[in-house]
Design a binder for this molecule. Structure first.
Ligand code: ATP
Ligand code: MG
Length: 335
């Protein structure tokens, strides 16, 4: 065990101010030597000071061992000078892997036997945001960028992750039948990386078939790797399979830095009421501990959250009456 971990906490916007302090209560209950460094980011900060991610926050993220992020509002209309905090950090720190586990939890609507991870390429594809129009808006074009380098490192990451899991199975989800150039490059490169891990059983699967198989028999999947937009869609589908936004966790992982965050947004409709479900953020904190190599504490923290989800007290989104803080304190007691 390291004698001390520095953890950067960023509340962000809306319910971020509630779920991050809750996750801190749970993290403190682990008894690990954690030192917390607080930093700010998000839309509220942008309104205050004109930037959503100040340099001091980038410093805090880069000089700590890992970061836990609450939520950031992204306004739907374009605001001059504004950029999404998480997207900025992903790009700036080259957090190339978006990792979203979906595991059965004792909440309504969660499918039993599901234990999979979607690994989404986080830096390119259609998310290069190169769009333009022609003929006075009659034609709109978006570029998609696939590079061998990004496909190789995401393929490598996913193959290694699969190798570390009991079932050692990897699906490469793609649409190379329709887009043989871009998706083809991703597929052949990811395949070549996976081939370096002969202990992993690797299969290609066309993305639409993957979506259907996930709905029909999600328990058959272990690790799925795919390009940016497909990963965005698939990981919401898999979150839905195991109980939805209240519990879905994620990590943005690079070679040197990692930022963990719940999948949900800032939930302005319930912000400030103290009733947000902090389970997704605490599961993200458990992923962070796993990333730091604290496997036992990570597993115990997940079990503690599952115990509280099963036995209560639950937050209103799961039919209970507990506050965010009461939930976190119950997790701390169950640890
Ligand atoms: P943003 O613009 O930040 O993404 P949003 O309006 O899309 O905000 P989400 O956070 O994505 O909101 O949430 C969608 C719905 O799910 C909202 O009704 C919200 O209240 C609910 N929700 C999301 N997260 C939680 C949570 N942790 N606990 C309880 N309800 C939640
Ligand atoms: Mg949202």
């Amino acid at each position: 065990m390291k004698n001390n971990y520095k953890i950067c906490l960023i509340e962000g916007d809306g319910i971020g101010h509630e779920v991050i302090p809750a996750a801190r209560i749970a993290l403190e209950a682990t008894g690990l030597p954690l030192e917390f460094v607080e930093a700010r980011a998000g839309y509220e900060l942008f309104e205050e000071v004109g930037t959503s991610v100040p340099d001091a926050t980038v410093e805090a993220v880069t000089h700590t061992d890992a970061t836990l992020f609450g939520a950031a509002t992204s306004p739907t209309q374009k605001i001059p000078g504004f950029f999404g905090a998480i997207r900025y950090l992903r790009r700036k720190l080259d957090l190339f892997a978006n990792v979203r586990p979906a595991r059965h939890h004792p909440v309504p609507g969660s499918r039993e036997g599901v234990d999979l991870v979607v690994v989404r390429e986080n830096t390119e594809g259609l998310y290069v945001e190169q769009e333009r129009t022609y003929l006075g808006g009659e034609i709109a074009i978006a570029d998609t960028v696939i590079t061998r380098r990004a496909s190789a490192r995401i393929g490598e990451y996913a193959a290694r992750l699969a190798a570390s899991r009991p079932r050692k199975s990897l699906h490469i989800a793609h649409k190379a039948n329709v887009l043989p150039v871009t998706q083809g490059l991703f597929l052949s490169t990811a395949r070549a990386e996976a081939a370096k891990h002969p202990e992993v059983t690797t299969q290609d699967i066309i993305i639409d078939n993957c979506a259907m198989q996930l709905v029909r028999a999600p328990e058959r999947f272990d690790v799925i790797v795919t390009t940016n937009l497909f990963g965005d869609i698939l990981s919401d589908l898999t979150a839905g399979l195991v109980g939805g936004l209240g519990i879905a966790a994620s990590g943005n992982i690079g070679l040197e830095h990692a930022v963990f965050e719940p999948v949900h947004g800032s939930a302005p409709d319930i912000a400030g009421k103290g009733i947000a479900n902090p389970a997704a953020t605490i599961f993200s904190a458990a992923m962070m501990l796993e990333h730091l190599g604290e496997h036992a504490a990570a597993a115990r923290l997940e079990r503690a959250v599952d115990k509280v989800l099963a036995e209560g007290p639950r937050t209103p989104d799961l039919g209970g009456r507990a506050t965010t803080r009461e939930f976190a304190e119950a997790v701390a007691r169950a640890f």
